[in-house]
Design a protein around this ligand. Structure first.
Ligand code: 8Y4
Length: 276
């Protein structure tokens, strides 16, 4: 996995860039790329290792975004960040055309919460030569949180990721381009999410770099009782747990705080390894 080893430390911090219009802005068609660029600049100044740009909200109940609208949202943002900042960009999309355009514009990773299941996505990902994060989810954003059920959530998540990784390698995507992601909050109850967090080492043990995204999600709220705007401490704690358990990347909103946590984890790990 060259992109992970060459350009970014492990564990690395990935900052979420909102290229989906907030409901208060211009009625939802376009994003102000300057706003996204200034978000990204602040994150780079705070020490972020990746930025994750997405044009389609994948929250529970979210409706699909037309292709042209997704392109109109993410392309100007990717262009601006790639031109102005020296930070690897991951593109949060399930659309093959958006993957191809993103690769042309300089992204370094495809972050597809649907694990390349859309028609043409495997070919697009393969042709771009980029790293690909595959993620477990149960159901679709519209309904996935209605009644998530598993006989054994850890085994089922691992089974899905292992099968998908094998399928993608058989389709010509080299294994060293893949990342595993358990998909916190994507068709899971609070209990399911906590089992996956507590047992993250078992996912890390599969050998692929693991990406964990728990920042501000309902699992943090479920444990702490905090509303979404007060979930930074819980999110940093969850990211720190994931990093200590071997996650290679944590996807977060609170970059400055999580960068400090990552630095603590890296420092102790380096010092500890000196003693051996
Ligand atoms: C794009 N994307 C998302 S969006 C959901 C989200 O952040 N909700 C949310 C954000 C803020 C507050 C409450 C919920 N989550 C993941 C993830 O866990 N892994 C990977 N790889 N990509 C991801």
């Amino acid at each position: 996995m060259t992109i992970l080893s060459e350009k970014t430390p492990s564990p690395a911090v990935m900052g979420v860039i909102n290229a989906t219009p907030d409901s208060f802005s211009d009625g939802g068609r376009f994003i102000d790329p300057d706003n996204a660029l200034s978000q990204a600049r602040a994150m780079v100044e705070a020490g972020v290792d990746w930025v994750d740009v997405g044009g389609e909200s994948t929250r529970p109940g979210a409706k699909p975004v037309p292709l042209q609208e997704e392109l109109d949202r993410v392309c100007p943002v990717i262009e601006a960040i790639h031109r102005e900042l020296d930070v690897p960009i991951s593109l949060d999309t399930s659309a093959p055309e958006v993957m191809r355009e993103g690769a042309r514009l300089g992204i370094s990773m495809i972050n597809d919460v649907r694990s390349l299941e859309r028609e043409g996505a495997v070919a697009a990902a393969r042709d771009t030569g980029l790293a690909v994060c595959i993620m477990h989810r149960q159901g679709e954003p519209e309904t996935m949180q209605d009644r998530p059920e598993y006989s054994n959530v850890l085994e089922e998540v691992l089974g899905y990721l292992d099968r998908r990784a094998a399928e993608l390698q058989a389709a010509g995507i080299p294994g060293d381009r893949l990342l595993y992601d358990p998909g916190f909050g994507f068709g899971k109850t609070l209990e399911h999410n906590l089992v996956l967090l507590e047992n993250l080492e078992a996912i890390v043990a599969r050998g692929w770099p693991v990406l964990a995204g728990m920042s501000r999600k309902s699992m943090i709220g479920g444990v702490t009782g905090r509303p979404v705007e007060e979930r930074m401490p819980g999110s940093v704690a969850a990211a720190t747990m994931a990093m200590m358990k071997g996650a290679a990347i944590v996807r977060v909103h609170d970059v400055k705080e999580t960068v400090d946590a990552a630095r603590m984890v890296r420092a102790a790990r380096e010092q500890g390894s000196l003693r051996e």
